[in-house]
Design a binder for this molecule. Structure first.
Ligand code: PEP
Ligand code: MG
Length: 573
């Protein structure tokens, strides 16, 4: 037996068999082929090229495609049709007797290295196109992730070298209850999605491969960040006890379901849910929450093999809205880019993706994509109470630009005589310091605001939310961050504009008294902690306002630590 201590990323207690997953799509088989096999390998090559060509042509025909995407797809088609490249692959098969995957890899690597070495950025960028096409071709010969995941079930505890948001939804489909992967930070999208889907996760475990072998039985506790490999009888008994204890807590929390979300002195605090996948919508009614404060629609892309059409989106949004009506469904338009890269939209590689074409910028650069989504939302709003929220807004102009496109969509639907609802509240995320500093103007223009603390911390403190190595700098209650939240809350109140907190900060119970003391009246949290947060809310009272309301956040972190401590003391005493 060996106990390993890591970082708890997503709660979840599970016992199962360790299974190492190699997600790399580039495990190129090295075996040679015989002369007799080369003909079959050439046939495979032609099939792969043909399949990829028609796939790209289908994408080109899709209506949502923007001019820049067309350009990229056109380049990819040219690469696939390049006779020289094909000749090199053919020779690698027929003369050097490489298998088709190896032959593709060798030929493309040559091109990639050649272009990468170019000084001129325009040409060096070409390497990315070759990398993309190589991936597309290899995907057709090598086992795909889905197949690798196929062997997983509720008894498996997969261990990854790396994992992306789209793979988390695949895990959920396989009923996996917990997994291990190093290098995940608490506010990364992988972490958020794991918590949303109730899949336990522990990260940052040292010497994993030394202590956990393939097939070993392990206990994973995503809350404490502990992993026990080959547990003895005593550890197994403790695990069973823990399971019982958590079930009891769950039962006790259930009693909160029908109680109002009021502070002790009678202030209503709305607690909505953050959802990432449509299937999570049932939790809104199950928990009796006030609605959905954030639907991260980009996950529709990340777990799909095609661009979701207007009809598909209309169906998803209207079903979700109808299920929870009259409670509101806040649909955030696609926040693609950053760490949420969709393989469906070929985009140039960026040096600093979080400062690049992300969120509303990405949508404005792909107006057809945004229009398709907005049309679907406007139509779905005839089936329930829907709100639209734009991500990564930097200032009021950014917001008005997005709203202008919404106006076009309304005009289009009107002219096409398609039923829609234009009486739809439109709001902005506050997750960039400039947006918080512009919150006076934004609060005037917006129907509501929602503070995304995950990015607000990232951009205020210049600390990559996905980089575990700098996680000690990711201080959610840093005075600079709190000052921006305070500014936003004050400006929102000035214009009578509702403001909510939907970042992870609202899902951490230690911060709730502080936020309520600052005047926050709406929270949007992960379903897993809904009751926990509601219990804290019900214990807060007006004493908090006296401590926090006029606090001057132009101060040091130790002073703020003291403030948080005082708010907690009020709550616990
Ligand atoms: C945030 O940034 O706090 C937020 C809610 O958005 P996301 O985590 O999806 O970036
Ligand atoms: Mg964000």
């Amino acid at each position: 037996m060996k106990t390993l201590k890591g970082t708890g990323i997503a709660k979840g207690l599970a016992f199962g068999k360790a299974k190492y997953i190699k997600t790399s799509k580039y495990e190129i088989p090295a075996h040679s082929i015989s002369k007799g096999q080369s003909k079959a390998e050439l046939t495979r090559l032609n099939d792969i090229l043909e399949q990829s060509r028609s796939e790209l042509q289908d994408y080109l025909k899709a209506e949502q495609i923007s001019d820049s995407e067309k350009e990229i797809l056109g380049t990819h088609l040219e690469i696939i049709a390049d006779p020289e490249l094909k000749e090199q692959i053919t020779q690698a098969i027929t003369q050097d007797l490489h298998n088709v995957a190896k032959a593709i890899d060798l030929a493309f690597e040559k091109a990639i290295i050649f272009f990468q070495g170019m000084e001129n950025e325009m040409f060096s960028q070409r390497a990315i196109d070759f990398e993309d096409v190589k991936k597309r071709l290899l995907h057709k010969v090598l086992p795909q992730e889905l197949d690798l995941f196929a062997g997983l079930d509720a008894e498996s505890i997969p261990i990854f070298a790396e994992i992306g948001p789209s793979e988390i939804s695949l895990l959920s489909k396989q009923q996996v209850r917990a997994y291990l992967c190093n290098g995940i930070s608490y506010t990364s999208h992988v972490a958020i999605l794991s918590r949303a889907l109730n899949i336990g996760c522990v990260s940052n475990l040292e010497d994993l491969e030394k202590y956990i072998k393939e097939g070993d039985y392990i206990i994973v506790d995503g809350e404490s960040g502990t992993v026990i490999s080959q547990p003895d009888q005593k550890a197994l008994e403790a695990f069973a006890q823990q399971q019982k204890k958590r079930e009891l807590i769950r039962q006790k929390e259930l009693l909160l379901k029908d109680l109002e979300s009021l502070t002790k002195d009678g202030h209503q605090i709305d607690i909505a849910l953050n959802v990432g996948l449509p299937l999570e919508i049932d939790q809104v009614n199950e928990l009796n929450s006030s609605g959905v404060g954030l639907f991260r629609t980009e996950f529709l892309f990340l777990s799909s093999d095609h661009l979701p059409s207007e009809e598909e989106q209309y169906k998803v949004y209207s079903e979700m809205a109808a299920k929870i009506a009259p409670r509101p469904l806040t649909i955030r338009t696609f926040d693609l880019g950053g760490d949420k890269i969709s393989h469906l939209i070929p985009s140039p590689k960026e040096e600093n993706p979080n400062l690049g074409n992300r969120g509303i910028r990405f949508s404005l650069a792909h107006p057809q994509l945004l229009r398709t989504q907005l049309r679907a939302i406007l139509r779905a709003a005839t089936h329930g109470s829907i709100r639209i929220m734009f991500p990564m807004i930097i200032d009021v102009n950014d917001f008005l630009e997005a709203k202008r496109i919404l106006g076009h969509c309304i005009d289009e639907l009107y002219e096409e005589e398609i039923p829609y609802n234009a009486e739809i509240p439109v709001g902005s995320m506050i997750e960039i310091p400039s947006a918080a500093l512009s919150s006076d103007a934004l609060a005037r223009e917006c129907d509501f605001l929602s503070i995304g603390t995950n990015d607000l911390v990232q951009y205020t403190l210049a600390v990559d939310r996905n980089n575990e190595a700098v996680s000690s700098y990711f201080v959610q209650h840093h005075p600079a961050v709190l000052k921006l939240i305070q500014t936003t809350v004050i400006n929102a109140a000035k214009h009578d504009t509702p403001v909510s907190i939907c970042g992870e900060m609202a899902s951490i119970r230690e911060y709730i008294p502080l936020l309520i003391g600052m005047g926050v009246r709406e929270l949007s949290v992960n379903a897993a902690v809904y009751y926990e947060i509601k219990a804290v809310v019900r214990n807060c009272d007006e004493k908090l306002q006296m401590i926090v309301k006029d606090f001057d956040f132009s101060t040091s972190l130790p002073k703020v630590n003291e403030l948080v401590y005082r708010t907690l003391k009020t709550y616990y005493s």
